[in-house]
Design a protein around this ligand. Structure first.
Ligand SMILES: Nc1ncnc2c1ncn2[C@@H]1O[C@H](COP(=O)(O)OP(=O)(O)OP(=O)(O)O)[C@@H](O)[C@H]1O
Ligand SMILES: O=P(O)(O)OC[C@H]1O[C@H](OP(=O)(O)OP(=O)(O)O)[C@H](O)[C@@H]1O
Ligand SMILES: O=C(O)c1cccnc1
Length: 478
């Protein structure tokens, strides 16, 4: 089940076949991956999915079963073509921003340079991995932004769009600042912390709530979080939890928390906090869950809710309010007579006109403030920004919006990941990627990071690139 070469759209194989039939399948091509609009009307996205992409590319090969399946297709692919597929391996270059990077619309997140046969094959899988993981990481970052230093638990597996989404979504949430997941497989696969409380069924399996609480505490004395809303949160759940906590104290143990899972979470948490404090149990924390997202968190905090840890499931793992990131993979250069020539895709919508050529992205940091001013896309041959020469920044759609910058640092965002088909990138561990993400956020003024109506962060083109795009546009308009 791990074979993923056919995890692609049929049109990719058909184009690959037609290239092969015409003898052009070894011509080199350059593709950019980027998105046009951040999800959730957020100001940015959090890039995720590279680890999955690396594993996929490393293992990319057609199995006999896959080749047999292709041989039976109505297209009648020639056996000689299937032989070419049998020996296909990725031999090209992939550049990518690291996982956890704060990214913006219109800038290349990945650049793929390879024979067209390979570059075309991997499009679908790369978009599949990066679109989903980036979406969930971005949703998680929004929730984290509101939660601040509170605890955040990922509870989404039961509502996720199948098993892969559950584990990679749990990883994306951790990358963006969640503290643990309830999914043990994600914990094992990625080395992320796991946490669990108990369900209503535990209470219902006993003759009384207090018996259920005592038996749970006896079995797992160091990991006791009791769900207090099975019958009546304030009349029975919290008083029973207090009795159990006191009995634990007599055995030298401390209850960790209670969990609220229904009703008015602001009111109930304040009342529960007061009851716990009055009983001398100020160390017992309060966990809340029930269809939470960043908006409800914001509201609950505004109401003075006394919640220490938030369990978030459905709305995070399914990105319920904006469930697809529209990342695309567009051809920007192709080999002609042995050299790579930029190509353009024209659209009546100026935002959809592609930016031709192999490009690098630089994050321009103001040396005085240490904050990011803009991202600057230049052709790979341009070196002005590495040499610190003054830059003219202007909006590619509204070129009259301009500024000059002198004292800056230009950080290249795209890193080499594969070179001539070999992995040259040291994949950072998840803890490292998570810390990198947290540090990256510090580079941005809060105006770009706020939950509602964020400022638009500038993503600009170098004058050279802009002129080249204009030239190609004019040439096609004639
Ligand atoms: N004080 C509050 N302010 C804003 N939203 C809240 C507050 N308390 C709870 N919520 C949210 O309101 C929604 C209430 O969900 P729902 O209508 O299912 O009620 P419930 O209390 O869970 O009922 P049930 O007992 O049927 O589960 C949830 O998304 C919850 O997180
Ligand atoms: O609400 P979410 O953000 O998706 O978090 C996960 C939910 O899963 C559990 O509920 P359960 O499966 O028992 O269903 P219910 O509480 O919705 O009835 C848990 O009690 C949370 O409420
Ligand atoms: O551990 C929990 O409390 C939990 C796990 C999954 C879903 N809801 C709650």
């Amino acid at each position: 089940m791990n074979a993923l070469a056919l995890h692609t759209d049929k049109y990719q194989i058909n184009m690959m076949y037609a290239h092969w039939a015409n003898g052009t399948h070894r011509n080199r091509a350059v593709f950019d991956m980027y998105f046009r609009k951040p999800p959730f009307a957020n100001g940015y996205a959090v890039f995720a999915g590279l680890e999955r992409v690396v594993r996929y590319v490393q293992e990319l090969r057609f199995t006999e079963e896959e080749l047999d399946y292709l041989a039976g297709q109505e297209e009648g692919y020639s056996p000689d073509f299937l032989e070419v597929l049998r020996s296909l391996r990725f031999t090209g270059e992939i550049y990518s921003v690291p996982e956890g990077t704060i990214v913006f619309p219109g800038e290349p997140l990945m650049r793929i340079e390879a024979p067209i046969l390979e570059a075309q094959l991997i499009e679908t899988a790369l978009l599949n991995f990066v679109n989903y993981q980036t979406l969930v990481a971005t949703k998680a970052a929004r929730i984290k932004h509101i939660a601040g230093e509170d605890g955040l638990l990922e509870f989404g597996t039961r509502r996720a769009q199948e098993a892969d989404a559950a584990v990679w979504g749990a990883r994306a949430a951790y990358l963006a600042g969640f503290h643990a997941t309830s999914n043990l497989r994600a914990g094992m696969l990625f080395g992320i912390p796991t946490k669990g409380t108990h369900a209503h069924s535990w209470v219902q399996m006993h003759d009384s709530e207090s018996e259920a609480f005592d038996r749970f505490a006896a079995a797992l004395p160091d990991q006791v979080t009791l769900l207090v809303d099975t019958y009546d949160t304030l009349r029975s759940g919290v008083p029973n939890a207090i009795r159990t906590a006191k009995a634990m104290e007599a055995r030298g143990k401390r209850m960790q928390a209670i969990r609220l899972d229904s009703g008015d979470l602001a009111y109930l948490s304040k009342r529960a906090r007061a009851m716990l404090d009055e009983a001398g149990l100020s160390y017992v924390r309060i966990v809340a869950s029930n269809d939470l997202d960043e908006h409800i968190l914001f509201d609950l905090k505004a109401q003075g809710a006394r919640i220490d840890t938030w369990g978030v499931g459905t709305k995070l793992i399914t990105a319920k309010d904006d469930p697809a990131l529209g990342g695309v993979y567009k051809l920007v250069a192709r080999e002609q007579a042995g050299i790579l020539k930029p190509v353009i895709k024209i659209s009546a919508n100026p935002e959809k006109v592609t930016t031709p050529g192999a490009k690098e992205v630089y994050r321009i940091i103001n040396r005085q403030s240490g904050k990011a001013i803009a991202d600057y896309i230049a052709s790979v041959e341009e070196t002005d920004m590495q040499e610190g020469k003054p830059l003219r920044l202007f909006d590619p759609i509204h070129p009259y919006l301009q500024q000059e910058v002198g004292e800056y640092e230009a950080i290249p965002l795209l890193q080499p990941v594969f070179q001539k088909g070999k992995l040259v990138y040291d994949l950072p561990g998840i803890e490292h990627a998570r810390a990198f993400h947290r540090e990256g956020l510090r580079q941005f003024w809060p105006e770009y990071l706020r939950r509602m109506n964020p400022e638009k962060y500038p993503v600009d083109l170098s004058p050279n690139l802009w002129q080249m795009r204009e030239r190609l546009l004019q040439a096609h308009m004639r």
